[in-house]
Design a protein around this ligand. Structure first.
Ligand code: ZN
Ligand code: ZN
Ligand code: ZN
Length: 375
């Protein structure tokens, strides 16, 4: 378990509850229900174990906020005056009935995206959908979660710096590659992420040679050899916030075609970052990166969106994808990670996290963007 951000001041949570209520007001939501997932620790500082017993933060638009929690979990809760009251339930109680008894029947309820379906089904028994409108929790939480505050940006920077230290070791040749399997290198990257301060590793993709043409290749038994491109995409969670970086190294000088493609990729990634300014559309980041790759002749080999939001979750809103015309706002944190994937031959991706600020994009990752040649 990661204690997500519990070292933050109680006033931070009080302020977030106030903002959540303003968001409920705008969305016409009478009560917000949050269970397992990131929204709960974001608002309360408490992270629920992903267990079958119900934990639920009940946030009515007015009145008291209540954390309904199994009695045996209650000792883990840091009580925060003015944020929520704790209401423990006993093993023989019906916790969903307790939740339903806390508020008058709502006209509209927003339920957290990752609440177990079983609790939603039981809730429908208390508040049938005929008289109560059900909305996704994102209708309330997205605008809060997307705009990172100063403490969140600092946490992203700390996690990013830790990932950068591992990427630097990779570029310096301190992580042995030739003669090892992708899986072994993935294991070493994971161990280094933990050693650099991450609480958990979320993924450590190591894809070499033709395997790199599959963007989410699962590190396997392929043995890395001279002449290979090695794509490493890794990240984890540190103090509740995620890192995510991709760098490629070449074992020996790359063929001219690969070197040329990498130059296109690097220019595309820089164009994507540059387009990620406050007021631009999210899709503009994708368009800027894609234009460079298309003009470079590799358009058909760039087969995914350019980026995703990042914060308490490795992938969250906003997504940098064609069709997302919502504006980039101060505090939006997202990846810019174009790639070129030639099936059966090679693949490459370059990824950084940036935060949109009034002064332009703030780079969370500082590692060399060149295709570093080793050996
Ligand atoms: Zn990915
Ligand atoms: Zn990544
Ligand atoms: Zn990513």
């Amino acid at each position: 378990m990661i204690d997500m951000g519990s070292d933050l001041d109680t006033s931070v949570y009080r302020d977030r509850i106030v903002r959540a209520r303003a968001s409920m007001e705008r969305a016409g939501v009478d009560v917000l229900l949050l269970s397992v997932g990131s929204d709960l620790p974001y608002l309360s500082g408490y992270e629920a174990m992903p267990l079958e017993r119900l934990t639920m933060l009940v946030v009515p638009r007015d009145g008291e906020v209540t954390l309904v929690i199994p009695k045996l979990e209650a000792p883990r809760v840091t009580v925060r005056a003015g944020v929520f009251e704790v209401l423990p339930w006993n093993e023989t109680d019906d916790p969903v009935a307790i939740v339903a008894s806390l508020v008058a029947r709502p006209r509209a309820v927003a339920v957290g995206d990752t609440m177990w379906a079983r609790f939603l089904v039981e809730l429908l028994g208390h508040w049938p959908s005929g008289g109560t409108r059900y909305l996704r929790g994102t209708a309330v939480m997205n605008e809060l979660r997307m705009r990172k505050d100063a403490s969140e940006v600092a946490a992203l920077q700390a996690a990013g710096a830790a990932a950068d230290r591992v990427a630097t070791k990779l570029q310096q040749g301190d992580i042995a590659l030739v003669g090892r399997t992708e899986a072994a290198v993935s294991g070493e990257i994971s161990a280094r992420l933990l050693a650099e301060g991450h609480d958990v590793v979320n993924f450590a993709i190591v894809a070499t040679g033709e395997n790199a043409a599959s963007p989410h290749h699962h590190a396997g038994e392929r043995v890395i050899a001279r002449g290979d491109m090695v794509l490493c995409d890794f990240g984890g969670t540190m103090n509740g916030y995620c890192s995510d970086i991709t760098r490629c190294v070449s074992i020996g000088e790359p063929p001219a075609e690969v070197a040329h493609a990498y130059a296109v990729l690097r220019a595309a990634q820089a164009a994507g970052v540059e387009a990620g300014v406050v007021g631009a559309d999210c899709q503009d980041v994708d368009r800027a990166a894609r234009r460079v790759i298309t003009d470079g002749g590799y358009g058909e080999f760039f087969i995914h969106r350019t980026g995703h939001g990042i914060g308490m979750e490795a992938h969250e809103d906003p997504y940098m994808v064609e069709g997302n015309n919502s504006p980039i706002e101060v505090g939006h944190a997202f990846s810019v990670e174009p790639g070129i994937y030639v099936p059966g031959s090679w693949g490459m991706r370059l990824e950084d996290i940036v935060v949109a600020t009034a002064d332009g994009p703030l780079a969370i990752n500082q590692v060399d963007h060149d295709l570093v040649v080793l050996g």
